[in-house]
Write a protein that binds this ligand. Structure first.
Ligand code: DC
Length: 222
């Protein structure tokens, strides 16, 4: 049976940074499910689909073949055969993903893929519904969170570093809107699983969070 670690939490809580680091140190594969939802949103944007039109999104998502692979230890997302990694981490695609991921047809398609992957490999998977829906039997479940002010500042610095033009107040507002959408949608909303351990990273360094999560994983793995 594979060893699965589920990490859920709101945008900007540090899930991907932490999951990537823990994966390396514990020899697990890292599965970034947000990137899959982002790839689906990118497809909708490219195809000019009205994101709020549930029927159009459900219909169009049948044409998107999304798969993942690993190149040099990094997850690569393929959209109809094209490596789209470099287009995924923008505010535009993130906001669009938050809208299209509310569609049950989109979720069904991606959740099935995530469950197959986790059954085959020891992995750490991050997202919004991993502990509650995708891997309810995961050996470790973490709910990673931080205040919206701290999360906005982290996203702002990440975007600045990439040379993208951005404004802190706008990012904070978008993060709060995204939280609201992710937590209040009907299909698998973001919530802490009953058996998840909550880790609030607002006042923690990256290294402190990694150590805390590794301790929890090692204890459960024994
Ligand atoms: O983690 P992220 O910012 O890359 O996620 C982008 C959007 O995708 C997020 O707003 C909600 C959605 N998402 C989801 O609904 N379920 C997941 N397991 C992962 C992401």
């Amino acid at each position: 049976m594979s060893f699965n670690v589920a990490i859920d939490g709101p945008a900007g809580a540090g899930k991907s940074t932490i999951a990537r680091a823990v994966a390396k140190r514990m020899n697990l594969i890292y599965v970034d499910t947000g990137a899959m939802y982002r790839a689906m949103a990118l497809f909708m944007l490219r195809e000019g689909v009205d994101l709020k039109d549930a029927q159009a999104v459900a219909e169009k998502c049948k044409e998107a073949d999304i798969s993942i692979g690993y190149e040099g230890g990094e997850q690569v997302v393929y959209l109809n055969g094209e490596n789209v990694n470099s287009y995924l981490r923008t505010q535009e695609v993130g906001n669009a993903a938050s809208i299209t991921s509310a569609q049950p047809s989109v979720r069904r398609k991606l959740v099935e893929m995530q469950q197959k992957l986790a059954a085959q490999r020891d992995c750490i998977m991050d997202g919004r519904d991993i502990g509650t829906c995708v891997l309810p039997g995961a050996q470790v479940k973490i709910y990673l969170t931080a205040s919206s002010g701290v999360r906005a500042k982290r996203r702002y610095e990440e975007l600045l570093e990439k040379g993208q033009d951005c404004d802190l107040d706008t990012i904070r507002r978008e993060i709060e809107e995204r939280d609201y959408r992710d937590m209040n949608r009907e299909a698998s909303p973001l919530r802490q699983a009953d058996d998840a351990v909550q880790v609030d990273t607002s006042d923690m360094t990256v290294e402190e969070v990694i150590t805390r999560i590794m301790d929890i994983c090692q204890e459960r793995r024994r």
